[in-house]
Design a protein around this ligand. Structure first.
Ligand code: 6R9
Length: 649
């Protein structure tokens, strides 16, 4: 177990909420006392307050068969109705749901009434294509309104979406389509990134060529107008088809445990896990946390979460949380610095964004570009900042608060995972004294502990393993098609306590500090990548005999992928090491996606292994981070590190 402490443990700065903020804050301290008095009852109350139930539930939690939980089991609801129709029926149909901003500068304002109308038509279209409750639909789209419309249309008819991030390769898309047995793929001709159109339909075509699949149709949104290849009978234009369907659609109620989506995330083996979420519990906790952690005042706030809908943050805090709460939000298609380095700040100024939720990696890259860029824009509309995806170092926290937030507004650091569905650890603005670098406290109704490797609670300030000790409403319900892996990965280590895979410690105030992953999962720019997945990609190349991948600390991206590769004997001397290294970097990027592209590939003669043949990644990490090499006594061959170092340095 390698728990690395990369925080400044002497952090003593505290920021008390201003009296004005506290007075107007949505979250009140009695949330904590209510939840502590009756945790399950508290969630029942939240579910009733925040959601519309077609059939009210009488049972809140069933935990009689751990780790398989059900929440609100006999209740019925429609997720899309909760995100759309009920706001219109309540008289808020003219409120803007989405200020959409395309990268080239085109934009669209979409009201709740308009979004509801679009989703109704899309739901009819899905039904006409033979999609019904329980069927899987893969969504492979850029950040355009149709991404949100598609997700909600799938939810509206009780089907299950699997959104695949637009940066993933044909192989990654193919394996996700096959694993979920998707019936339909929704994509677009392409999208815009860094000032240029990039293709998506082409990737779908390549993915579907890899094998016979269950996909019957590919629905294509026109975004860039670039040429696309066409398979008659299979491919359909979104615009043509939507024009043919009925505008009216009644949202039918589904059971609270109706599956809502599958989202694939990296695990410790090469095969991504399809994390399964259901409806009532997921929506309750995303709505609750979105409202209380971001202090959402839906009538006046303009909220912006910069995550792509291809990640869990986009699911919970672009689509389901904000829309359930009737928020007005910004949706932006492109990159932060296109066409100008201050594009994000320009968007904040344009829409008077009041709540911004982004990732430390973005903040650190803005820090590198310098404060003179955001300072050219009027950011005074901001009143709350959020962070997610990886630990935020105190320096970045302070910079975020001062340079972006003007020095006096709350910054909340939110810890959670694809598996947890919604925020689990965070300060509540207006209540908690803020402490830069610490995610701080469990949200009301969530029970967190830190255990030693053998399951004993850690007392004092030592590091240990983060666990969730009680079931929570938005918890994953399983891994698609693999109940054993679900039990094994999360529940075997500590019985009926959920093992998160993160190291953590408490400080003397009891605040929680996250210390990074304890397994072979890397965190690059807030995205999870598995060392095993990249290693298998490298080994799949004809040059490679063996490969080891580590996540090395990186100033901007948090961690960066660094690979060590042994070339096959017959490949040695065929090209220079630089050429081989470049070829392999491109190969990984093509096979998995650009985010997996290694920062460095070192061609080495050997890899450090224990006597039992396990690669000692710890030593490679030392090397990749330019540190003294640690203890090498368990190596089978102690001279190995010397010969590797000669190559690397
Ligand atoms: C929401 C999301 C989950 C992993 C998680 C942890 C890291 C996320 C964090 C954080 C420290 C935070 N992580 N938020 N670490 N502080 N505020 O990112 O989900 O992509 O599944 O990643 O990200 O290591 O285990 P996901």
């Amino acid at each position: 177990m390698n728990v690395q402490i990369d925080h400044n443990l002497e952090e003593i700065r505290r920021f008390r909420p201003s009296p004005e903020f506290a007075a107007g804050a949505i979250a009140k301290p009695d949330l904590y006392t209510d939840a502590a008095a009756d945790r399950v009852g508290f969630w029942g109350e939240q579910a009733r307050d925040l959601l519309h139930w077609h059939t009210p539930f009488t049972k809140t939690l069933d935990w009689s068969n751990p780790p398989f939980a059900t929440w609100f089991e006999d209740g019925e609801l429609n997720v899309a109705y909760n995100c759309l129709d009920r706001h219109v029926l309540a008289g808020n149909g003219e409120r803007i749901a989405i200020h959409w901003e395309g990268e080239p500068g085109d934009s669209r304002d979409i009201t709740y009434a308009q979004l509801t109308a679009e989703v109704k038509k899309a739901a009819n279209l899905l039904t006409s294509l033979g999609v019904s409750a329980g069927d899987r639909v893969a969504i492979y789209l850029p950040m355009i309104p149709e991404a949100v419309v598609s997700m909600l249309a799938v939810a509206r008819i009780g089907a299950i979406h699997s959104v695949v991030f637009g940066g993933f390769s044909p192989d990654s898309l193919h394996s996700r389509i096959v694993d979920a047995e998707a019936k339909l793929v929704i994509t677009s001709d392409g999208g815009y990134r860094k000032g240029r159109p990039f293709p998506l339909k082409e990737t779908v075509d390549a993915a579907l060529e890899k094998s016979e699949t269950t996909v019957e149709h590919v629905l294509v949104v026109k975004r860039t107008g670039e040429d696309v290849a066409w398979t008659e009978g299979r491919d359909l234009w979104w615009d043509d088809e939507i024009a043919l369907v009925d505008a009216d659609h009644e949202a039918k109620a589904f059971p609270a445990e109706q599956p809502l989506f599958i989202l694939y995330t990296s695990g410790t083996t090469g095969k991504p896990k399809g994390i399964l979420h259901t409806s009532g519990g997921y929506l309750t906790q995303t709505a609750f946390t979105h409202r209380n952690v971001f202090d959402l005042h839906p009538e006046t706030d303009v909220y912006w979460c910069t995550a792509d809908v291809g990640w869990i943050t986009g699911h919970s805090y672009v689509v389901y949380g904000p829309l359930t709460n009737g928020a007005t939000q910004v949706l932006y298609e492109g990159t932060p610095d296109t066409p100008i380095p201050g594009r994000w700040w320009q968007i904040i100024e344009k829409y008077r964004v009041s709540i911004l939720y982004t990732a430390p990696t973005a903040i650190r890259s803005f820090m590198k570009m310098g404060r003179q860029i955001p300072q050219q824009f009027d950011l005074r509309s901001l009143r709350l900042l959020g962070s997610v995806g990886e630990p935020i170092n105190p320096e970045a926290w302070i910079w975020y608060r001062h340079v972006i937030g003007g020095g006096s507004i709350p910054v909340v650091d939110t810890w959670w995972q694809t598996e947890t569905g919604a925020i689990m650890i965070s300060a509540l603005p207006g209540i908690t004294d803020l402490k830069p670098g610490s995610a701080q406290v469990a949200i009301p109704g969530v029970s967190i502990d830190i255990l030693s490797d053998d399951g004993e609670p850690v007392t004092g300030t030592d590091g240990g393993l983060l666990v969730v000790t009680e079931p929570w409403p938005s918890m994953l319900r399983g891994i698609w098609g693999d109940p054993e892996r679900f039990t094994e990965t999360y529940w075997e280590k500590f019985g009926d306590k959920y093992f998160a895979g993160d190291g953590a410690r408490r400080d003397t105030d009891g605040d929680i500090w996250l210390l990074g992953r304890v397994d072979d999962v890397m965190n690059v720019s807030g995205h999870r990548l598995s060392t095993a997945e990249i290693e298998s990609s490298l080994v799949a190349h004809d040059l490679t005999a063996e490969a080891a991948v580590v996540g090395a600390a990186d100033e901007t991206t948090g961690q960066a992928v660094v690979a060590f590769v042994i070339l096959k004997e017959r490949q040695q001397g065929v090209m220079t090491n630089e050429e081989a290294s470049e070829l392999l970097r491109t190969h990984v990027s093509k096979q998995i996606g650009a985010i997996a592209r290694p920062r460095q590939v070192f061609i080495v003669p050997e890899l450090p292994k224990t006597r039992s043949g396990k690669i000692m990644r710890r030593l490679l990490r030392d090397l990749a981070e330019g540190r003294e090499i640690g203890d090498t006594t368990t190596l089978a061959e102690t001279s190995v590190m010397t010969s590797i170092m000669e190559q690397v340095r």
